[in-house]
Design a protein around this ligand. Sequence first.
Ligand SMILES: Cc1ncc(COP(=O)(O)O)c(C=O)c1O
Length: 456
Amino acid sequence: MPIILNGLAIFRREDRGRPPRIAGVVTGPTVLVRLVMRIFEGIEVHPGVRDARDEFEGVMVLTLAERSSLIAPSATLAMAGEAKRLKSEGVDVLDFALGEPDFNTPENIQEAAIRAMKAGHTHYTPPAGIPELKQALAEHYTKKIGLPTQPAQILISNGAKHSIHNALMAVCGPGDEVIIPAPYWVSYADLVKLTGAVPVVVETTEEEGFKLSPEKFLAAVTPRTRLLMINSPSNPTGVVYDRAELEALADAVLTTKAGVLSDEIYEQLTYGDAKPTCFATLRPGLAERTITISGVSKTYAMTGWRIGWAIAPAPVAKFMGDLQSQETSNPCSVSQYAALEAVVGPQDSVRAMLGEFTKRRAYVLERIERLPGVTCVPPGGAFYAFMNVSSHFGRTLGGRKIEDSTSFCVTALASAHVAMVMGSAFGTEGYARLSFATDLKTLERGFDALEGFLKG
Ligand SMILES: Cc1ncc(COP(=O)(O)O)c(C=O)c1O
């Protein structure tokens, strides 16, 4: 019987007076625990394991390691899961919670996967990835991105998230600090904590365009700083740093001993004048201290295939490969051949998807303008609008008092059936993230519902 040492145990109401079955367990920041408590209103929640243990007198209690208190389930997935649950009950949910393209993986990539299976590429591969994909990426980065790269510097993983985990495990440990500008992608802080290092969150504001300045970075640096994590284009804000801003940050980094993890997963999804910049290329000496992260999930609508990569100094890449060999052996063989086709094959489907995202972004910005009391820094990339909804805090909407971004998003879902993710999950209170990786018709219905919700 699973039970936890830290956090909350959830029991089913119908088990009252009988040996209880645990329906779920919640650990992590208060915000998330409160979210789960609100979502599962029909379920009894017991705070603290001591209470739970009292209830369990005579029942064997298997405790989790201390590490379990470091990890919270992804709030994005929690909101998406709740949206899915409502859908399964027949509710017409307008789902803008999850960050994945709604397009199917392009045909040529699917065909490549089928060919790979038929050719017998269904076995273990080298732990750090197939040589063909590493070679293709080395050429891509060297020739197209301007980052001279050898195959030995590349690690192919089960998604970019796995590459980030491996990178953090390779360079961070107890006592180290990792600087993370907020708003940040939900997983960064927890992945850092898993290594024993401490996330040092540096707030950026809407007025600053949600960009970390060299001054703020330098103010956060201590002798224990191991890494700065940056993400441009950003999830959740869509903000894209321009080259000069990144150069200024790079110059500041070079005055310290900090390394950089540059998450460039949305590099091919930028709009208008916004241009992606590969951080490691900006100054001599940066590549030696930077780990670049990317992958096929977002650009090629391949979230389910689970292929991402890291480009790092060769000794770091070697350790990440060794680590991966013990953790997962290798990324899925068939998916690697599909990713190879994605990287070297025709790119017209990428252009077509970007065209669609461009139209949706324009529509979303036009509709946000019309939402009462809502502002938004126009996203230069990715497919998110990070909306400032704080002017509605203190109001009663959908029959509930709105106190914060969690109550805003939970109530918008319950009452208007619009699923978004609360800003607090990204380290910034006052906002709601809306993903526009959804067709225009659904966006139109979603904004109609949201507008009605906000008008009370
Ligand atoms: C900023 C950022 N980095 C990394 C990832 C993980 O990508 P993957 O699905 O390839 O693991 C995501 C996915 O949402 C993301 O938004």
